[in-house]
Design a binder for this molecule. Structure first.
Ligand code: PLP
Length: 393
């Protein structure tokens, strides 16, 4: 079959491939600890499920406006205003099936062939994939362990040219769990404001999963609301990955363009899902708070366990539910280590390079799994590291 040329530029997320390989091993009778997939192992809060069921039984089964139901856009604007400390209007909100379409729409709406986009590497693989897909020039800014995986702001600002249309930020960050400090965001904002055609795509999907410090949105800095597209959603914080519900918040004129992209692709986000979203934001928050508290507990166990393994070092992530341990002492590529860990060790992880070239030497582990499973994973990793290190020592 003859495909359009652009399909050769489309990347993917290896988490889904590793999950399929792990499932195949399980089908052969092996027991695998799953640390590959980035989704909470919690159920969606019961009150949210109830509202969705009521909506379905109450004939809420028709199209909604492409940008989202007014009640949900209002709830999102109110929530974002309270959490980020600047006033957002419902007209600035576009509701989408998950947060991911916001990445796609940002590229489609803003990036012409040859335009430059700066993005974090290692980083969520969809950034690079979508930049390449629309014919943009993907310029990675490395996140280095020596800087606690924060962005080298001077380096980033030095990369900005008149062709740069977008800077992608992600805090807390997937895969490293690092966060961006206010001072760094201020320096980035100053550079952005120097370039009239430059916008920021601020992926804040993990912004309520912070264990140290506070979340600062670059949109809340002076002059930046007009220059920022916030990506956020319900997948992680309300354990709603399979519902497909997310949103973007951006200048109203751009929101209209995103809504037109919605009309052309999805028509609208599922109606009962949107109503569940209103409940998630305006109803009781205890379930999601308890989930975040549990993630924090697990983070501490996993980081301590990893650092106790000979040949592994792991920084303390400040948010999200990932750790990014350094396994370079093995002398193997991270893909080789991840492969042997899955096939021989029975632990499914992702190679750091699944998040870009600068992820070499690392693995990404999601700690969205029970403490029992996490402890088992540490035990198995420790045994595997002894085997791998014996080879190089
Ligand atoms: N941004 C980041 C950094 C993510 O890790 C993810 C999901 O893994 C998303 C966006 C997309 O989330 P959603 O499931 O809402 O599309």
């Amino acid at each position: 079959m003859r495909l359009a040329n652009r399909m050769a530029r489309l990347g993917t997320e290896t988490a889904f491939e590793v999950l399929a390989r792990a499932r195949a091993l399980e089908a052969q009778g092996r027991q695998i600890v799953h640390l590959e997939i980035g989704e909470p192992d919690f159920d969606t809060p019961a009150n949210v499920i109830e509202i969705a069921c009521d909506a379905l039984h109450g004939s809420q089964t028709h199209y909604t406006p492409s940008a989202g139901m007014p009640a949900l856009r209002e709830a999102i604007a109110t929530d974002a205003t309270a959490r980020r400390g600047v006033a957002f209007d419902p007209a600035e909100v576009v509701v989408t099936p998950g947060g991911k379409p916001i990445i796609f729409y940002a590229m489609l709406a803003l990036v012409n062939a040859g335009d430059e986009v700066i993005y974090p590497n290692p980083g969520f693989p969809i950034y690079e994939s979508m930049i390449d897909f629309v014919g943009g020039r993907a310029l990675p800014v490395p996140l280095e362990e020596a800087r606690d995986f924060s962005i080298d702001v001077e380096r980033l600002c030095g990369m900005i040219t008149d062709k740069t249309r977008l800077i992608i930020l992600n805090s807390p960050h997937n895969p490293t769990g690092s966060t961006l400090a206010r001072a760094d965001l201020e320096a980035i904002a100053a550079a952005v404001l120097d370039h009239p055609d430059l916008l920021v795509l601020s992926d804040e999907i993990y912004s309520r999963m912070i264990y140290d410090g506070e979340h600062v949105s670059i949109a809340s800095l002076p002059g930046m609301q007009e220059r920022t597209i916030i990506l956020d959603g319900f997948s992680k914080i309300y354990a709603m990955t399979g519902w497909r519900l997310g949103y973007g918040i951006m200048p109203a004129a751009l929101a209209q363009q995103f809504a037109t992209l919605m009309t052309n692709s999805n028509s609208c986000t599922a109606t009962f899902t949107q109503l569940a979203g209103v409940e998630a934001l305006t109803g009781p928050q205890e379930a999601s708070a308890a989930m975040v508290a549990e993630f924090r507990r697990r983070r501490d166990v996993v980081v301590a366990g990893l650092n106790a393994i000979d040949g592994v070092t792991c920084r303390v992530p400040h948010g999200a539910f990932y750790v990014f341990p350094n396994i370079s002492a093995t002398g193997l590529t991270s893909a080789e280590v991840a492969d042997r860990l899955l096939r021989e060790g029975g632990v499914a992880t992702l190679a750091g390079t699944a998040f870009g070239a600068y992820g070499e030497g690392y693995l990404r582990l999601s700690y969205a799994n029970s403490l029992d499973q996490l402890n088992l994973a540490i035990e198995r990793m420790s045994a595997m590291m002894s085997t791998l290190l014996a080879r190089v020592r």
